[in-house]
Design a protein around this ligand. Structure first.
Ligand SMILES: Cc1cc2nc3c(=O)[nH]c(=O)nc-3n(C[C@H](O)[C@H](O)[C@H](O)COP(=O)(O)OP(=O)(O)OC[C@H]3O[C@@H](n4cnc5c(N)ncnc54)[C@H](O)[C@@H]3O)c2cc1C
Length: 331
């Protein structure tokens, strides 16, 4: 970063960012603060990724993320910096059945809890086994308040013992139906339970379930953050521009296997191979690749014997792994 900052201050370089979700928009915004121009390539027809929303017929509709926890200092500071006032979230978790909405986040009063008992019972949350497991979980959460936060100085990594969230829940005896209910919530928002660390899942549970009165949202809805970031980042934003072919610039040095695999997954996901578990991707050094005159977009030839094949999973767009030393260009 320091080297490129020096060059970029002379406006000779710009940075290409793949993906216009919050991460991509924040990266562009940070680069702008350092005087570096960014070109942001987004596959979808709008930026924001899993975070969006708008005002429709006078109502604010959030898509995806809908609040920030009180410990999420970076997000809260960002909203303040962009002039977006924050209000307490009115979020209610629950489900809709036979024309009624059953909430599972009781009001913070005894009457509220009692009136929500049928919903909690139906979800299996107040069976003896579930109560025993939730007491174990609450004890862990109570003993670790300084670790279980999303703050930028959070010590959550210190208590990550490499146990997955799923294994942790099985170990403390969370009944299967409750795990199923939690799986829906956690996987929709945070990721796969088998891949997520127990420490991270505990942080999420501690922050959202135990502190329902400490959740914040921009007054104009979470989508207003996307709009404000897109306006403030000053990037050349190009939507409907999926990155399909990846050129890794590494100054002639060996390319780390993770970077190569990430780049291959990215290319495979944005090709006809999307959805395949074992997609075969051709990899060659740049000097052996030619683009014939009048070739169709993306069509190249590779010198005989100079290509090799990498087999990757093209189910998810795991493009983050291509980051760091990679440079990517759209078709
Ligand atoms: C229903 C739901 C509720 C959530 N609730 C909360 C919450 O309340 N609080 C909270 O903090 N978090 C919440 N989250 C998580 C939060 O939304 C995400 O962590 C965050 O939005 C991720 O941002 P991102 O930019 O990293 O990824 P994404 O938002 O996934 O953005 C990635 C972008 O990259 C684009 N892209 C991918 N591949 C390519 C390519 N090859 N070329 C070009 N573009 C590409 C995609 O189209 C996408 O726009 C929730 C998520 C969901 C789904």
């Amino acid at each position: 970063m320091p080297q490129s900052t020096q060059r970029d201050n002379n406006n000779t370089k710009s940075v290409i960012i793949i993906g216009g979700g919050t991460s991509g928009l924040c990266a562009a915004y940070t680069l702008k603060k350092h005087g570096i121009r960014a070109i942001l390539l987004e596959a979808g027809d709008r930026v924001g990724g899993r975070l969006g929303g708008d005002r429709v017929d006078g109502f604010l509709l959030d898509e995806g993320a809908d609040f920030f926890t009180a410990s999420h200092d970076v997000a809260l500071r960002l909203c303040e910096e962009l002039g977006l006032p924050l209000v307490r979230s009115m979020m209610k978790l629950g489900w809709y059945k036979s024309g009624r909405f059953f909430t599972t986040t009781p009001e913070q009063t005894l009457a509220g809890v009692i009136s929500d008992l049928p919903a909690l019972w139906n979800l299996g949350l107040i069976s003896p086994r579930a109560i025993r497991a939730s007491m174990k979980m609450s004890r862990t959460i109570k003993n670790r308040p300084e670790h279980l936060s999303f703050a930028s100085n959070s010590m959550v990594a210190e208590i990550d013992e490499e146990e997955s969230a799923n294994d942790y829940m099985k170990r403390i005896g969370v009944p299967e139906d409750v795990r199923l209910a939690l799986r829906g919530l956690l996987e929709m928002t945070m990721g796969e339970l088998d891949e997520m660390s127990a420490a991270f899942a505990l942080t999420f549970i501690a922050q959202i379930m135990m502190k329902t009165d400490e959740l914040y949202v921009p007054e104009e809805g979470i989508g207003s953050l996307t709009h404000a970031l897109a306006d403030a980042c000053g990037a050349d934003i190009r939507v409907s521009s999926p990155v399909k072919r990846v050129v890794i610039q590494n100054g002639g040095r060996n390319v780390p296997p993770d970077t190569l695999e990430g780049a291959a997954r990215l290319a495979a996901y944005h090709s006809g191979l999307r959805g395949e578990n074992r997609a075969r991707v051709m990899v060659a050094e740049r000097r052996h690749v030619r683009k014939p005159a009048r070739a169709r977009p993306g069509q190249v030839t590779i010198r005989k014997g100079k290509a090799r094949t990498v087999v990757v999973d093209a189910v998810e767009p795991n493009w983050q792994e291509a980051g760091g030393s990679g440079f990517s260009a759209p078709e």
